[in-house]
Design a protein around this ligand. Structure first.
Ligand SMILES: O=C(O)CCC(=O)C(=O)O
Ligand SMILES: [Fe+2]
Length: 312
């Protein structure tokens, strides 16, 4: 198979169809992208344009606040992966220095087993952000039915493993910078969970590592589409059949906003090789691990002493 020079664009609308053949056709396309490059863009995802616009408007309003107001909800003072991470605090690729970005995290919560989100005190802010969270979560759940079909599993295989997920919505803001400037937008990394759905504002910056390891493929902004990528949990679950591919954000030529939705499984979900993904006579490549234990180790590596437990 030749290496892709860009990522495929897949219309997933038929995943909501009663026609099983149509669902399988989409699943096969999604599965091929997951095996080949681990990245694809989706249209027909069911998230209305006005919901996406509402989330970006809220994101701009949040980051436009004085630093002191943002820092009042600092990540380091909260638990459960919530809150504000300031400019230059994270370094996803330590060799390249600090990431030139700021971020605000909201989590999936039932407010019983996890705390409520830290909502900024901006009027009218919560409803559009929650609407976006719910809509993008629904799209990510539908994608899991495609993964299951493609992997020869019952279509609902993942349903009870992602219904109380360690999901995070991450608003991101990158200041403009020249390629020659110090630092990166976001250093090269893989995502930790099952799948990430990313919306961007039309400014380029995201690059995906190609099969040749020194090759970086630009992912052009696709208005209205989500860029999806496989994370490390789903790579482990599929015994490396699906690829969690390194990606990075270069310093963007203009100020850039993006919104990432990370669907990481339920904390107690056991990420253990799916038998049909393990060749006969071979042992699974990774030991089984709960999502909670796996994420805790990854967060500790990224945030060091400031890491907070992903769940209670
Ligand atoms: O902002 C982007 O385009 C990508 C961000 C990203 O990869 C991440 O936050 O994990
Ligand atoms: Fe990422």
């Amino acid at each position: 198979m030749t290496a892709a020079s860009t990522i495929p664009v897949i219309d997933i609308a038929a995943l909501a169809s009663p026609d099983a053949y149509a669902r399988r056709r989409v699943a096969a396309e999604v599965g091929a992208a997951c095996r080949d490059i681990g990245f694809f863009a989706i249209t027909g995802h069911g998230v209305p344009a006005e919901v996406i616009d509402g989330a970006f408007a809220a994101s701009r309003a949040f980051f436009a606040q004085p630093v002191a107001d943002k820092a009042a909800l600092a990540y380091a003072t909260l638990s459960h992966n919530r809150g504000y991470v300031g400019m230059g605090v994270e370094a996803l690729d330590e060799k390249r220095g600090a990431d030139q970005k700021e971020a605000f995290n909201l989590i999936w919560t039932d407010e019983a087993t996890r705390p409520p989100n830290a909502w900024p005190a901006l009027p009218g802010w919560r409803a559009p952000v929650q609407a976006y969270f719910d809509a993008v979560f629904a799209a990510a759940t539908r994608l899991h039915a495609a993964f299951a079909l493609d992997l020869g599993l019952p279509e609902d295989f993942f349903a009870d493993k992602i219904d109380q997920p360690l999901a995070t919505l991450r608003l991101l803001h990158y200041p403009a910078g020249a390629a020659a400037d110090a630092g990166v937008g976001a250093g090269a990394h893989t995502d930790y969970g099952n799948v990430t759905l990313l919306a961007t504002d039309g400014v380029s910056g995201l690059q995906v590592q190609g099969r040749a390891r020194d090759e970086w493929i630009d992912v052009p902004p696709l208005p209205g589409a989500f860029v999806c990528n496989i994370g490390d949990c789903l790579m482990r679950w599929t015994n490396d059949v699906y690829l969690s591919t390194p990606h990075r954000v270069v310093r963007p030529a203009a100020e850039r906003y993006s919104i990432a939705f990370f669907l990481d499984p339920n904390p107690e979900a056991l990420v253990s090789a799916i038998p049909s993904c393990v060749p006969p006579g071979e042992a699974p490549r990774h030991a089984p691990v709960t999502t909670q234990a796996y994420l805790q180790a990854r967060f500790a590596a990224t945030y060091g002493a400031a890491a907070t437990a992903p769940a209670a």
